[in-house]
Design a protein around this ligand. Structure first.
Ligand SMILES: C[C@H](O)[C@H](O)[C@H]1CNC2=NC(N)=NC(=O)C2=N1
Length: 98
């Protein structure tokens, strides 16, 4: 089954449940969350955890890391926008830090 983009209503409902995530500015159908940790070791430990989740789900983040900061953008390339896979990964990521 091909993965489908969320409709505008589904997207709004999903984001209401993910208060730490926001829409990416501009034309991209994607969400972003910014993280800050005590230091690089903590940031990278978090990234390792996320990487394992992503690999297990076969769904991968777009991300960047500068020292203690990690920015994660989620979108589904195969769907050309936000899908249930992004929502699931966002919740799984939130569960690591909360
Ligand atoms: C072949 C493989 O299942 C696909 O390329 C997966 C891998 N990880 C992915 N990650 C994300 N974010 N979007 C995708 O469409 C995607 N597709």
């Amino acid at each position: 089954m091909p993965i489908k983009r969320l409709t505008a209503d589904e997207r709004a409902a999903a984001l209401a449940d993910l208060p730490e995530w926001e829409s990416v500015e501009g034309k991209r159908d994607a969400i972003v969350r910014h993280f800050a940790f005590a230091d690089f070791a903590e940031a990278f430990a978090f990234m390792t955890h996320v990487a394992m989740l992503a690999e297990k789900a076969d769904h991968h983040p777009e991300w960047s890391n500068v020292y203690n900061r990690v920015d994660i953008v989620l979108t589904t390339h195969d769907a050309g926008g936000l899908s249930t896979r992004d929502v699931a990964l966002a919740h799984a990521i939130d569960a690591i830090v909360e």
